[in-house]
Design a protein around this ligand. Structure first.
Ligand SMILES: *Cc1c(COP(=O)(O)O)cnc(C)c1O
Length: 414
């Protein structure tokens, strides 16, 4: 064995010993409420395809049409070989959907946050982030070379203390940080709880900061027009940088920024993950555009209602499960939130226990991922149940039934 492989075996063994080893599970079906895995059909409670659009006939047809008309590949970066029409159609659709001047799309949400934050900030700036933001923004914050301050999750007092420190009078804004950017998610990806966006907007205005909100888990789901949580809370037009992804409720893949024309023009010129990367396949843009239209349609509305119906049933069940015994509360708690979300975390704590429970669930034909460090903090491993509009009443009933047996399983596993 060469020295690289020997070293990697040591590192992989260490991951296994900590319950942190991950592996890919091959799926032989489209994404949907059921998955074919290793010749068996499992009920899928793992996907971010909240509205069930990933395998929707309208999105598939749009992708097929784009392949027929524009081919399989995009050729180069959009700034190099020309920018294919489906990207422009998607960006016009996104700007109209979010009611902003303009939009720009990227190959992934990861590339979106990385490109946007590193384009906007430099070493003279300050970036202030919520403790639980997505890894892509953590990486962007490190890469942009701005000073980084982290506030306790959803803690407005902590955020304000940092803003006060950053703008205090011996350090006037002009002599201190050039710009301050606050970054948060609207619906948090691993807990499903909501950021207090109204209060954060008020703080950023009071202290003259800019705000970027990642709506990855809210786009398509919240607000009268399903634009996201910012719409539901009435603060969309006060958030400078509205970011989101195209691969979750919108059913396709990619990421977007919606905002002013100046913001979008600047990102085209300065976002390195946009400039130095081949454009996504035109089929992805066409499918995403169809997803944006579908979300705004009557069908989008009724899919959303179906999703919230299931969320209410499972949410009630998890709450009753939590309070059914002291024993349970120690071992199985959902996040301390009643915020409405399709993400239902069952926090088990120990990494190995989370893996064992997910595996026990697979035996019973439920596909629920064990989420562990570094996705969440050490010792806060969880089963992350996600619901979709395409789950039937039967799927939901089976889930609530298995959650009760799982509860017993956890007691005996201890
Ligand atoms: C999924 C996700 C991203 C990254 O988006 P991809 O398109 O999957 O790269 C960014 N932010 C949050 C909060 C996410 O959940």
């Amino acid at each position: 064995m060469n020295s690289l492989d020997a070293e990697l075996h040591r590192r992989l063994d260490a991951l296994r010993a900590q319950g942190l080893h991950r592996e890919l599970r091959r799926v032989d079906s489209p994404q949907g409420p059921c998955l074919q895995i290793a010749g068996r059909e499992l009920i899928n409670f793992s996907s971010n395809d909240y509205l069930g659009l990933a395998n929707h006939p309208t999105l598939k047809a749009a992708a097929v049409r784009a392949v027929e008309q524009f081919g399989a590949g995009a050729g180069a970066s959009r700034l190099v070989c020309g920018s294919l029409a489906p990207f422009h159609e998607l960006e016009a659709a996104l700007a109209a959907f979010k009611a902003t001047e303009a939009a720009l799309t990227f190959a992934t949400g990861y590339a979106t946050t990385l490109g946007t934050i590193t384009a906007l900030l430099g070493k003279d700036d300050l970036i202030i982030t919520d403790k639980l933001i997505h890894a892509s923004m953590v990486d962007a914050a490190r890469l942009c070379s701005a000073k980084l301050r982290i506030f306790a999750h959803n803690d407005l007092n902590d955020l304000e203390a940092i803003l006060k420190w950053a703008t205090q009078s011996p350090r006037p804004l002009a002599l201190g940080f050039r710009q301050i950017l606050i970054v948060t998610e609207s619906v948090f990806s691993m807990d499903g709880d909501h950021a207090p966006l109204r209060e954060i907007v008020a703080l950023k205005e009071k202290y003259g900061a800019w705000l970027m909100v990642d709506e990855a888990h809210a786009t398509g789901l919240y607000g009268a027009n399903r634009r996201g949580l910012a719409e539901a809370l009435g603060v969309s037009d006060r958030i400078e940088i509205q970011m989101g992804t195209l691969g979750k409720a919108l059913g396709a893949s990619g990421g977007y920024v919606c905002g002013s024309r100046a913001l979008i023009d600047f990102l085209v010129n300065r976002a390195r993950s946009f400039i130095f990367s081949t454009a996504p396949v035109p089929a992805a843009a066409a499918a995403a555009a169809a997803g944006v239209q579908l979300v705004q349609s009557h069908e989008g509305k009724s899919r959303c209602e179906q999703l919230w119906h299931s969320v209410n049933i499972v949410g009630d069940d998890v709450r009753s499960l939590k309070s059914s015994s002291v024993e349970n509360q120690r071992q199985l708690t959902s996040a301390a939130t009643n915020d409405k979300s399709a993400i239902i975390p069952l926090i088990v704590g120990d990494e190995n226990l989370a893996v064992a429970t997910a595996s026990a669930l697979r035996e019973r034909r439920f596909f629920v991922p064990a989420i562990r460090y570094p996705t969440v903090a050490r010792g806060s491993a969880r089963l992350r149940i996600t619901l979709a509009a395409t789950h039937t009443a039967n799927h939901i009933a089976e889930l609530t039934r298995v959650l009760r047996t799982l509860d017993l399983g956890l007691k005996t596993l201890d």
